[in-house]
Ligand binder design. Sequence first.
Ligand SMILES: [Zn+2]
Length: 236
Amino acid sequence: MPELKSLWEIQILEEKNRRLKQKLIETKAPQDMKILKKEIDGERVAYSELKENYDALKKDLKKKEMEVNAAAEQLESLSRRLYGGDMTNVKEINSTSKKIDALKERIEREENDLLYMMEKQELLLSSLEEMGNRLKEKISTYHRMQNANLADRQKAEQLLAQNSTAWEKLVDKLDEELWGKYLIMKKKVNNPLARVVKGICRGCQVGVSFDDLRFLKQGKGPVFCNNCGRMLYWEK
Ligand SMILES: [Zn+2]
């Protein structure tokens, strides 16, 4: 039965398209992409929190610097007055000396604070850079995955369309009765046509009787497997 060769090709196309459709479902939202997306979202939040901390520190640092500068100016003007020789009142001299000492202390303390803040700022900045680079890398990996996924899907869709066209052409030319039989059988079993290889039905792996083999080889049929009921197909 030469018709069976076409039916066999039809069945292969159906199986190919079944797998392609399955692939399209699986690649719609791949697990590895979902995981990476979640990581990126989490790191974006952490990055902007760190950036906020950094910006706040930068602002504090500026404020502190201005305070230290103001104190230094005050110190300078007091010192000028004290050592300029204009001051004669002992009380005033003493109180100005005390003010100068207190200012010096304050400036020293605040300069230490400044140093500490600057170190912290440097650390924050390098963490930010590190985090930013890691995030950038992850985002570009995600985009690569997205593009590859899209290309895969487009290829699968293209193949699916090609197979469907080939399938239609074959079905159009097929004997109607045989096609009807195949459709009825397909409702019960996934691949209703089974190849016979070395005398064995590949649908159920059970041997085909000598008589049935003879029929098949003579091109008579359709012949059905005694065990699984599938229509048998033998290729020379
Ligand atoms: Zn069988």
